[in-house]
Design a protein around this ligand. Sequence first.
Ligand code: AMP
Length: 230
Amino acid sequence: VSSYEALQRILKMKKNIILLGPPGAGKGTQGQLLSKKLNIPFISSGDALREEINQKSAIGEKVDSFIKKGALVPDYVIEEFIAAVLNKYDLSRGFILDGFPRTIHQADFLNNYLKDINAKVDAVIYISLPEEEIVKRISGRRVCKQCGAVYNIYFNPPKHDMKCDRCGGELVQRPDDKKEVVEHRIKVYKQETKPLIDYYNNHHLLYEVQGQGILQDVTERVEKVLNDRT
Ligand code: AMP
């Protein structure tokens, strides 16, 4: 395809996008790539919360124990927080949300928030991954302490040992990526977040993409479902 055609395709894409899926499915990685390509903000509730914890802010202290346990931050806390985060962005050309909503209550909240700014969700990309893969993926995940870029020592290793390709920052394992916590996060995902699959399916917004395989293949699948307008 010519670059003109590629651009036309991108302009036609649905651009208010939610990424849904189990921990470790690649939502952050795919979201960051897509955000660069479409030049729209990538907003990750987990990243934003970790930033608050690093800064030792009041909200950071409030959420720290939930995150450490692999539990969800209560709806009323995260909803107030995410609204403040979203308010800081220009969402007029689109956005990619990763990690929010995670409960039906949060999904209703988001709909109302968007309605108030004359917007709506266009597409929910559900990146699926079998449970065995989830654990494997998460055990290999490393993130840049400085810029938040995500790597995987098995599937998407950095070019230089444990240094970020983008900014040279140190790569670390998230404390809640340790095995004991991951099991709890998967359980919480199944109980609280999986019902969103039906929720968005009923709203005709759900697009499932298989999360297995190499990063580039998953990217292609994501772009394909966004291009195929219904
Ligand atoms: P993530 O980086 O998306 O895996 O999020 C890391 C942790 O942050 C989760 O395990 C939760 O403790 C918390 N968190 C992030 N987003 C939400 C949310 N939408 N609702 C409740 N807790 C959240």
